[in-house]
Design a protein around this ligand. Structure first.
Ligand SMILES: [Zn+2]
Length: 223
Protein backbone atom coordinates (compact mmCIF):
# COMPACT_ATOMS: atom_id res chain seq x y z
CA UNK A 1 0.00 0.00 0.00
CA UNK A 2 1.34 3.42 -0.94
CA UNK A 3 1.63 5.84 1.94
CA UNK A 4 0.14 9.33 2.17
CA UNK A 5 3.36 11.28 2.71
CA UNK A 6 2.88 13.04 -0.67
CA UNK A 7 -0.30 14.61 0.74
CA UNK A 8 1.45 15.76 3.91
CA UNK A 9 4.29 17.43 2.02
CA UNK A 10 1.61 19.02 -0.19
CA UNK A 11 -0.09 20.43 2.89
CA UNK A 12 3.25 21.88 3.94
CA UNK A 13 3.49 23.66 0.56
CA UNK A 14 -0.08 24.90 1.05
CA UNK A 15 0.96 26.35 4.42
CA UNK A 16 3.82 28.20 2.72
CA UNK A 17 1.72 29.53 -0.14
CA UNK A 18 -1.74 30.31 1.25
CA UNK A 19 -1.09 30.57 4.96
CA UNK A 20 2.28 32.26 4.39
CA UNK A 21 2.69 34.28 1.20
CA UNK A 22 -1.01 34.86 0.69
CA UNK A 23 -2.15 34.92 4.29
CA UNK A 24 -4.24 38.05 3.63
CA UNK A 25 -6.47 36.04 1.27
CA UNK A 26 -6.99 33.29 3.80
CA UNK A 27 -7.47 35.72 6.68
CA UNK A 28 -10.20 37.46 4.67
CA UNK A 29 -11.88 34.14 3.77
CA UNK A 30 -11.73 33.00 7.39
CA UNK A 31 -13.12 36.26 8.78
CA UNK A 32 -15.66 37.23 6.12
CA UNK A 33 -16.69 33.79 4.88
CA UNK A 34 -16.77 32.50 1.33
CA UNK A 35 -18.35 34.30 -1.63
CA UNK A 36 -17.57 31.97 -4.56
CA UNK A 37 -18.80 33.23 -7.92
CA UNK A 38 -19.51 29.78 -9.31
CA UNK A 39 -20.82 26.37 -8.40
CA UNK A 40 -19.01 23.65 -10.33
CA UNK A 41 -20.51 20.19 -10.65
CA UNK A 42 -17.68 17.88 -11.62
CA UNK A 43 -16.83 14.19 -11.74
CA UNK A 44 -15.10 12.39 -8.87
CA UNK A 45 -12.38 11.38 -11.35
CA UNK A 46 -8.93 12.05 -9.84
CA UNK A 47 -7.76 13.73 -13.07
CA UNK A 48 -10.49 16.37 -13.17
CA UNK A 49 -10.17 18.63 -10.15
CA UNK A 50 -11.94 21.83 -11.31
CA UNK A 51 -9.93 24.16 -9.05
CA UNK A 52 -6.68 22.65 -10.27
CA UNK A 53 -7.74 22.76 -13.94
CA UNK A 54 -8.76 26.42 -13.71
CA UNK A 55 -5.90 27.45 -11.41
CA UNK A 56 -8.36 28.91 -8.92
CA UNK A 57 -7.65 30.21 -5.45
CA UNK A 58 -9.44 29.04 -2.31
CA UNK A 59 -12.82 30.78 -2.18
CA UNK A 60 -13.25 31.06 -5.96
CA UNK A 61 -15.51 28.09 -6.64
CA UNK A 62 -17.96 25.97 -4.68
CA UNK A 63 -17.55 22.41 -5.91
CA UNK A 64 -19.75 19.34 -5.76
CA UNK A 65 -18.32 16.18 -7.25
CA UNK A 66 -20.08 12.92 -7.99
CA UNK A 67 -19.75 9.99 -10.37
CA UNK A 68 -20.08 11.38 -13.94
CA UNK A 69 -20.98 14.93 -12.81
CA UNK A 70 -24.72 14.29 -12.84
CA UNK A 71 -27.61 16.40 -11.58
CA UNK A 72 -30.78 14.49 -10.69
CA UNK A 73 -34.07 15.99 -11.88
CA UNK A 74 -36.21 17.93 -9.40
CA UNK A 75 -38.63 15.04 -8.91
CA UNK A 76 -35.81 12.79 -7.70
CA UNK A 77 -34.02 15.43 -5.66
CA UNK A 78 -34.79 13.92 -2.27
CA UNK A 79 -33.29 10.55 -3.30
CA UNK A 80 -29.98 12.13 -4.24
CA UNK A 81 -29.78 14.78 -1.53
CA UNK A 82 -25.98 14.94 -1.32
CA UNK A 83 -25.78 16.59 -4.72
CA UNK A 84 -29.00 18.58 -4.58
CA UNK A 85 -28.39 19.94 -1.07
CA UNK A 86 -25.00 21.27 -2.24
CA UNK A 87 -26.67 22.88 -5.26
CA UNK A 88 -29.38 24.39 -3.06
CA UNK A 89 -26.79 25.77 -0.63
CA UNK A 90 -24.74 27.32 -3.44
CA UNK A 91 -27.78 28.95 -5.05
CA UNK A 92 -29.78 29.96 -1.95
CA UNK A 93 -27.12 30.78 0.59
CA UNK A 94 -24.06 31.70 -1.45
CA UNK A 95 -26.00 33.19 -4.36
CA UNK A 96 -23.54 31.99 -6.98
CA UNK A 97 -23.86 33.66 -10.38
CA UNK A 98 -22.76 30.68 -12.46
CA UNK A 99 -23.32 26.93 -12.40
CA UNK A 100 -20.83 24.98 -14.48
CA UNK A 101 -21.39 21.29 -15.22
CA UNK A 102 -17.93 20.01 -16.08
CA UNK A 103 -17.74 16.68 -17.87
CA UNK A 104 -14.61 15.06 -19.21
CA UNK A 105 -13.07 12.59 -21.64
CA UNK A 106 -12.45 9.00 -20.52
CA UNK A 107 -15.19 9.16 -17.89
CA UNK A 108 -15.40 5.75 -16.21
CA UNK A 109 -18.94 6.48 -15.01
CA UNK A 110 -20.21 7.22 -18.50
CA UNK A 111 -18.38 4.20 -19.87
CA UNK A 112 -20.13 2.03 -17.26
CA UNK A 113 -23.45 3.56 -18.31
CA UNK A 114 -22.79 2.78 -21.98
CA UNK A 115 -21.60 -0.77 -21.26
CA UNK A 116 -24.85 -1.20 -19.33
CA UNK A 117 -23.89 -4.43 -17.63
CA UNK A 118 -26.37 -5.91 -15.19
CA UNK A 119 -25.18 -5.12 -11.64
CA UNK A 120 -23.38 -8.12 -10.18
CA UNK A 121 -23.27 -6.94 -6.57
CA UNK A 122 -24.75 -4.32 -4.25
CA UNK A 123 -21.93 -1.88 -4.95
CA UNK A 124 -22.52 -2.04 -8.71
CA UNK A 125 -26.25 -1.65 -8.18
CA UNK A 126 -25.63 1.59 -6.27
CA UNK A 127 -23.55 2.95 -9.14
CA UNK A 128 -26.06 1.79 -11.79
CA UNK A 129 -28.93 3.45 -9.92
CA UNK A 130 -27.01 6.72 -9.81
CA UNK A 131 -26.00 6.51 -13.49
CA UNK A 132 -29.63 5.94 -14.42
CA UNK A 133 -29.99 9.74 -14.13
CA UNK A 134 -28.27 9.91 -17.53
CA UNK A 135 -30.29 7.13 -19.16
CA UNK A 136 -31.89 9.61 -21.59
CA UNK A 137 -28.41 10.57 -22.81
CA UNK A 138 -27.57 6.91 -23.36
CA UNK A 139 -30.76 6.29 -25.30
CA UNK A 140 -30.18 9.32 -27.49
CA UNK A 141 -26.61 8.26 -28.27
CA UNK A 142 -27.66 4.68 -29.05
CA UNK A 143 -30.19 6.11 -31.49
CA UNK A 144 -27.92 8.69 -33.16
CA UNK A 145 -24.71 6.63 -33.17
CA UNK A 146 -26.17 3.13 -33.38
CA UNK A 147 -23.61 1.80 -35.89
CA UNK A 148 -20.60 3.44 -34.25
CA UNK A 149 -18.07 1.72 -31.98
CA UNK A 150 -18.52 1.89 -28.22
CA UNK A 151 -15.66 4.38 -27.92
CA UNK A 152 -17.45 6.87 -30.18
CA UNK A 153 -20.75 6.32 -28.38
CA UNK A 154 -19.11 6.84 -25.00
CA UNK A 155 -17.50 10.09 -26.11
CA UNK A 156 -20.89 11.31 -27.38
CA UNK A 157 -22.57 10.25 -24.14
CA UNK A 158 -20.00 12.13 -22.03
CA UNK A 159 -21.23 15.30 -23.73
CA UNK A 160 -24.94 14.35 -23.91
CA UNK A 161 -24.98 13.63 -20.19
CA UNK A 162 -23.81 17.20 -19.54
CA UNK A 163 -26.87 18.43 -21.44
CA UNK A 164 -29.14 16.18 -19.37
CA UNK A 165 -27.68 17.70 -16.20
CA UNK A 166 -28.20 21.23 -17.54
CA UNK A 167 -31.79 20.34 -18.41
CA UNK A 168 -32.29 18.82 -14.97
CA UNK A 169 -30.93 21.97 -13.32
CA UNK A 170 -33.66 23.94 -15.08
CA UNK A 171 -36.30 21.61 -13.57
CA UNK A 172 -35.68 23.25 -10.17
CA UNK A 173 -38.03 26.28 -9.98
CA UNK A 174 -35.57 28.26 -7.82
CA UNK A 175 -32.89 27.78 -10.50
CA UNK A 176 -35.00 28.42 -13.61
CA UNK A 177 -36.46 31.60 -12.09
CA UNK A 178 -32.97 32.97 -11.37
CA UNK A 179 -31.84 32.07 -14.89
CA UNK A 180 -34.86 33.85 -16.37
CA UNK A 181 -34.16 36.92 -14.22
CA UNK A 182 -30.55 37.02 -15.46
CA UNK A 183 -29.16 36.38 -11.96
CA UNK A 184 -27.74 32.96 -12.76
CA UNK A 185 -26.04 31.51 -15.86
CA UNK A 186 -25.65 27.80 -16.63
CA UNK A 187 -22.66 26.42 -18.53
CA UNK A 188 -21.79 22.99 -19.90
CA UNK A 189 -18.02 22.43 -20.08
CA UNK A 190 -16.07 19.43 -21.31
CA UNK A 191 -12.44 18.78 -20.46
CA UNK A 192 -10.63 16.86 -23.19
CA UNK A 193 -7.65 15.45 -21.34
CA UNK A 194 -6.17 13.94 -24.52
CA UNK A 195 -5.59 17.35 -26.11
CA UNK A 196 -5.63 19.49 -22.99
CA UNK A 197 -8.53 21.55 -24.31
CA UNK A 198 -11.67 22.94 -22.72
CA UNK A 199 -14.97 22.95 -24.61
CA UNK A 200 -18.27 24.67 -23.92
CA UNK A 201 -21.74 23.73 -25.08
CA UNK A 202 -23.05 26.41 -27.44
CA UNK A 203 -26.86 26.41 -27.71
CA UNK A 204 -26.75 28.36 -31.00
CA UNK A 205 -24.90 25.55 -32.79
CA UNK A 206 -26.00 22.67 -30.57
CA UNK A 207 -22.32 21.69 -30.36
CA UNK A 208 -19.48 21.71 -27.88
CA UNK A 209 -17.12 24.41 -29.18
CA UNK A 210 -13.52 25.05 -28.12
CA UNK A 211 -13.44 27.48 -25.21
CA UNK A 212 -9.70 27.30 -24.45
CA UNK A 213 -7.68 25.69 -27.21
CA UNK A 214 -4.65 23.47 -27.12
CA UNK A 215 -1.38 24.99 -25.95
CA UNK A 216 1.28 24.81 -28.66
CA UNK A 217 4.58 23.15 -27.63
CA UNK A 218 6.44 26.48 -27.95
CA UNK A 219 4.11 28.00 -25.32
CA UNK A 220 5.03 25.20 -22.90
CA UNK A 221 8.71 25.99 -23.41
CA UNK A 222 8.16 29.71 -22.92
CA UNK A 223 6.40 29.28 -19.59
ZN1 LIG B 1 -15.90 10.93 -14.87
Amino acid sequence: MRDVSKFLSGFRRFQHSYLGEQHALFDRLAQQGQRPRALVIACCDSRCDPALLTDCDPGDMFVVRNVANLVPPHVQATYFAATTSAIAFAVHNLEVEHIIVMGHAQCGGIRALMEHKAPGCNEEELIAKWLDIAEDARQQVLHEFKDKPLQVQTHACEQSAILVSLENLMSYPWISSRVQQGKLALHGWYFDMHNGELYEYTPQTGMFEVLVDKLEPSAHEAS
